[in-house]
Design a protein around this ligand. Structure first.
Ligand code: TNX
Length: 627
């Protein structure tokens, strides 16, 4: 695992001055301290700042010290002003000042105050003490990207409004500002549309769900249903808006639309009745490009436009299987009429019609990069997951792109060795892989770079049946996503990040959130070299020299509230194995595997991490030297 290799070359993690995620742009520590006491008041300088002041007061009511006003006099206030008039800060930036006498947040707009508030909340201890002594600091901060997105697939598994709101809350806490709601797919239609009731009478239920991993054809035979009413959608949209999160609804079409076709078979070319899909994978069903289908889509967009005030509608467009079009006399006639010679270009025709409708409703279009098949008009924003070269090509033509590659930003992939992870779609996307991912394509001019409007993490829910499992897949990877969306790449540092995530996870632990506990990290003084330049997942192999007699090993876990337990005898560590107390020596007389786990205060156990010390192993490769 790459983590360990790097840990090997960078043993000590400095205490971060400001344990904030994502890392703010400018941090100027002051010499003084400020003591936050109970009953502190939050003053909004005008009515637009008032909702943020109310939210902050609410937070402080439960998180500020419970003791009353200081005997020395009235508590100094926290002041919020959204009239900073500082062009550098833009709409989302803020200036947070903790001085000896009080705290102020200044911004140009309420969004900036909201983000300043998030930073302040992270500077307070997760658990209130009798008084919170804060170090004075001046923070000036604004985001690298304007689309900082997190996606949720509610079709494969359905998550109730309360979970969706918790999901949005966490996103906003880490300054993400787009919630991409994948509302429809083959396995279930999840949004009530008034004109088409069968979508949520038929399309929202399947008669079974795949059991087992990729490629399994077994199902559990249990009926599985769920959808959001329009009232619930409005509630979620308002909830998100109060947290400066824009909801982008996605209706996937013309592929991934089995559930819609099950409800209204005339949407397909053969018109045959069939059931909502129970297996994962790509279905062969596809919408037929008839006028009746386009009428349906137009009505649908009309209802979406009323429900979602944000500027974008996501039209899907991924993984279109053209077999049904190839078998359709209607499609053949259409191709002749429109001078289309390739079936893949029928998708282009379909997308152009849909794009025109979305625009006629006053909305901007975003779609998966597959919509390029057959050509789309300029001004269409691409959500790039598959063919990453499309982002730079689009940017050069002046089209916007959001980067969310299958792989580094797909949070349905496993986070470590699958032997120690819950069933997933497979693959590997570790926390460090997310952190290392730079969404900006190379070779673009600054003007072209401005068209890369941001990045997004996707949570496809085939193998995510419960909310605990959902938060396990999300966290802590969302923290790395948030940082790569907000913090300039040149200021990002993996070890510094590892030092900052502990307090975030402790806060989540207090909230009862089921995040993944980060792997224990190793550092070894006196190790000679890395044996395997491509370490195994969860395992790093280090060469040691027998002549040194022993090496000193340190273990580190980002969550300081955990206890590390380890073994050096080849057995699997448990909570009963020796607890790590500090640096220990491992003799180099024989090959030794050090295995370590972290255990939280409520007894949750991390996946094991292994460090293999190989005596006189070789050929040795020095990290970074390439030799
Ligand atoms: C591909 S990404 C899909 C989804 C799956 C996902 C699984 C995309 C636009 N389509 O339908 O859930 O892979 O990782």
């Amino acid at each position: 695992m790459l983590v360990f290799v790097l840990a090997f070359s960078s043993p000590a993690l400095a205490d971060p001055t400001v344990p904030v995620v994502p890392l703010p742009r400018e941090i100027v520590p002051g010499a003084c301290t400020y003591t936050l006491q109970g009953g502190v008041t939050v003053q909004a300088h005008d009515t637009k700042a008032q909702p943020i002041a109310t939210m902050l007061s609410e937070y402080l009511r439960t998180h500020a010290p419970s003791s009353g006003a200081s005997p020395a006099g009235p508590n100094p206030a926290i002041g919020l002003s959204d009239t900073a008039n500082d062009p550098q800060l833009g709409v989302e930036g803020y200036r947070l000042t903790i001085g000896g006498e009080g705290i102020s947040i200044a911004a140009n707009a309420p969004a900036g105050l909201f983000y300043g508030m998030q930073t302040l909340e992270q500077l307070l201890p997760a658990t209130p003490a009798a008084s919170d002594v804060l170090r004075c600091v001046a923070i000036t901060d604004w985001p690298a990207y304007r689309w900082r997105g997190i996606h949720l697939d509610v079709s494969r598994h359905f998550f109730p409004v309360s979970v969706v709101e918790q999901y949005i809350d966490l996103a906003a806490r880490y300054k993400l500002n787009v919630f991409h709601w994948h509302l429809t797919d083959d396995q279930g239609w999840r949004i009530q549309l008034l004109k088409y009731p069968k979508l949520t009478e038929i399309g929202d239920c399947r008669d079974g769900t795949q059991v087992g991993g990729e490629g399994s054809t077994a199902t559990d035979g249990k009926r599985y249903c769920g959808y959001y009413t329009q009232d619930q959608i409005r509630e979620v949209v308002a909830y998100a808006k109060a947290r400066f999160v824009t909801v982008v609804p996605e209706i996937d079409m013309p592929g991934h639309s089995d559930a819609a076709i099950a409800a209204y078979p005339w949407l397909s070319c053969d018109g045959k009745q069939h059931a909502v899909r129970e297996l994962w994978g790509v279905s062969g069903e596809v919408m037929c490009p008839t006028e009746r289908t386009f009428g349906f889509i137009n009505d649908e967009i009309g209802e979406l436009t009323k429900l979602f005030p944000g500027p974008y509608i996501h039209i899907g467009g991924d993984e279109v299987v053209t077999d049904a079009w190839q078998a359709s006399p209607f499609v053949h006639a259409l191709m002749a009429r429109e001078h289309i010679t390739k079936y893949s270009d029928v998708q282009g025709y379909f997308e152009r019609r849909v794009i025109a409708m979305v625009r006629a409703h006053g909305k901007q279009v975003i779609g998966w990069d597959d919509i390029l098949s057959g050509g789309v008009p300029s001004g269409t924003t691409l959500m790039v997951w598959d063919d990453l070269s499309t982002a730079a090509k689009g940017a050069k033509k002046g089209d916007d792109a959001v980067i969310n590659p299958d792989g580094p930003l797909y949070f349905d992939a496993a986070q470590g060795d699958q032997d120690f992870e819950p069933l997933s779609i497979g693959g590997l996307t570790t926390l460090e892989m997310v952190y290392d991912y730079d969404p900006m394509p190379t070779g673009l001019t600054p003007q072209q770079q401005a068209h890369i409007i941001g990045a997004q993490g996707d949570v496809w829910a085939e193998y995510i049946p419960t909310s605990d499992h959902l938060f396990y897949m999300l966290m802590p990877r969302e923290l790395a996503l948030a940082e790569l969306c907000w913090t300039p790449r040149s200021q990002m540092d993996w070890f510094d990040f590892l030092g900052r995530i502990g307090p975030q996870l402790t806060r989540m632990e207090d909230e009862g959130l089921h995040f993944r506990i980060p792997d224990v990290q190793f550092s070894v003084a006196g190790a000679v070299a890395l044996v395997d330049p491509h370490p195994l997942i969860n395992e790093t192999d280090l060469g040691v020299s027998a002549s040194t007699g022993s090496v000193a090993v340190d273990l580190f876990e980002p969550m300081s509230s955990t206890m590390i337990h380890y073994t050096i005898d080849g057995s699997m560590p448990t909570a009963k194995s020796p607890a790590y107390q500090g640096t220990f020596d491992v003799p180099t007389g024989q090959n030794t595997t050090i295995a370590a786990i972290a255990v939280t205060s409520d007894g949750r156990v991390s996946a094991p991490a292994f460090l293999k010390l190989i005596v006189n192993g070789g050929p040795w490769v020095l990290p970074g030297s390439g030799k």
